[in-house]
Design a protein around this ligand. Sequence first.
Ligand code: SAM
Length: 289
Amino acid sequence: MESFNKVGMTAKFVAYWRQYTDIPFAKDVAEYIGASEAIETFLGNNQITPDDISWYAPLFEIRYKSILEAIRRKGIKQVLELASGLSFRGLNMTRNPHISYVETDLEELTNEKAVLVSRLTQKYSLADYGNFRLTPADALDRNQLLSAIRHFHSDQPAAVISEGLFPYLTIHEMETVVMNIRDILTKFGGAWITPDFLLKGDSTRTFFQRRRAGEAIAKLTERQLHRTMFESEQQLFSFFDDFGLRAEVLNQADLVPVIVSIGVLKLPADIVEKAKQKLNLWVLTPAAK
Ligand SMILES: C[S@@+](CC[C@H](N)C(=O)[O-])C[C@H]1O[C@@H](n2cnc3c(N)ncnc32)[C@H](O)[C@@H]1O
């Protein structure tokens, strides 16, 4: 598990960039975990300044918001998030008492997150409708995942979310997680919503500093990012097909009209337009038998 726990630090990295957005709780969380100090030191040690890679903020903002919008459009009311890190979409969405949301991650990170949830709950006097759960679960462990959602209604569809997990996995680990998700969807129906697959040629790490940031994260996590890239959309569709999943592709940018961090960080207005083509959001559903 040690090798996965190192990936936990990347959750801080995402939390750092989210403080420049209007995503609920993001500023508090960045402050609580001391994200600025930790990440700016990490970047400095790798000869990178935050300005070099500030385009991460809109990319993470659009990713988070597009998933939120996709869940809303699907009308699904019970959600399991894998590897939710220091993202609090579940805590936010469960302000609606009709939504049931389970955020999972590895145990160490989940314990840290529980402290943050209780601080946020106190600060904002959040009502407890019993519909938000934070549960440790390794995405590779089917039983842990099933146990985390044992209270879900089996006659209602479920959404499974993964945001920023698959880039860290080997192909074998990917297959295990996909089988786990497929089993959950077979039981409940619903959809797996994920931006996690990068096609060859879609990498945004073309510039020196971007590559350098990727290399620094790989060194930190001891995991090579995106080592498993699919040659084409066709190859990815056929990978999903092998697991009995039918893929639909949405574009994240089409789902998110307002991106606050562009203004906050004074980034070029066309930054998303330029990256748009690569901002896929995959929606997977069990193929009809
Ligand atoms: C890049 S972070 C993304 C976190 C979050 N989804 C977000 O967007 O802010 C990757 C997360 O994957 C988690 N992780 C890595 N391996 C995992 C595994 N086998 N099971 C569950 N979570 C895992 C890490 O702990 C970390 O929180």
